[in-house]
Design a protein around this ligand. Sequence first.
Ligand SMILES: Nc1nc(=O)c2c([nH]1)NC[C@@H]1CN(c3ccc(C(=O)N[C@@H](CCC(=O)O)C(=O)O)cc3)C=[N+]21
Ligand SMILES: [Mg+2]
Length: 297
Amino acid sequence: MTIGKIIDGKAFAATLRDKVADGVAGFVEATGRKPGLAVVLVGEDPASSVYVRSKGKMTVAVGMESFEFKRPDSIGEEDLLDLIEELNQDERVDGILVQLPLPKHIDEAAVIGAIDPAKDVDGFHVVNSGLLATGQEALVPCTPLGCIMLLKDELGDLSGLEAVVVGRSNIVGKPMAQLLLAESATVTIAHSRTRDLASVVHRADIVVAAVGRAEMVKGEWIKPGATVIDVGINRIADGEDGKSRIVGDVATAEALAHVRAITPVPGGVGPMTIAVLLRNTLVAAHARAGLAKPADL
Ligand SMILES: Nc1nc(=O)c2c([nH]1)NC[C@@H]1CN(c3ccc(C(=O)N[C@@H](CCC(=O)O)C(=O)O)cc3)C=[N+]21
Ligand SMILES: [Mg+2]
């Protein structure tokens, strides 16, 4: 039995961050200032705090300015909107990321809608999703763009390939489908109501799993030779010592016997998300400064 390739997202992300760092150096030379990324974290969720800290470190490591804003769970929507407006007006800030999810009493759509689309490095604003959907230049959500980069690196031209995206979120599933469509793949979006998910997935040359359910996509669902991108990051109890570990949305060990290539969890899509965030911040900085973005980004 042949074993598929494990796509090294961690290494690809490191290479991308190196390119971003080169681009940052050019930007500083051209403008006399560093690109800036503002990250807003509401509440105390420990996983979110760890993640925000590592983003801040990587932002500084590529030569950008990092601004972090922590606010308590109890913050009112008006106060959060005021902070966004301040960041919209701040010339040092090229990118604004509001860590999701937000507390229930805050309307996420209202907060995302308040971000200047030119600074929306998550690509979640309806202006950016509309631009993407109509094939215009946009800031594109980081996770799906990272997935496309890995797919093109592995497969080259995606044109005519059968792609199945499992999951229909605004953050991953929908923009992923738009990006695959823009690459001329044949695209299906499957979700929790899809009948006979196994046979839908079995048609696919490209499977993107983004449902948030641990190891939900089984190995025998995968068509032999398909390429699988696993977006899931699920923390599960490990049985033995009560410790937890992270698994994806795909049963990776089973799938390896069927795939051409697959992204691991951890070390696959996750690191790409952060590298693309830095890339998007650099792209936003260039656009705001009236400069063309570096060609290799
Ligand atoms: N506005 C907004 N934008 C986001 O992009 C966003 C967000 N909110 N809220 C939270 C999620 C989560 N997220 C991750 C990104 C990278 C890893 C990552 O690098 N994971 C590593 C390590 C995993 C681990 O060990 O914990 C890996 O997969 O290898 C994880 C999670 C971005 N998010
Ligand atoms: Mg809410």
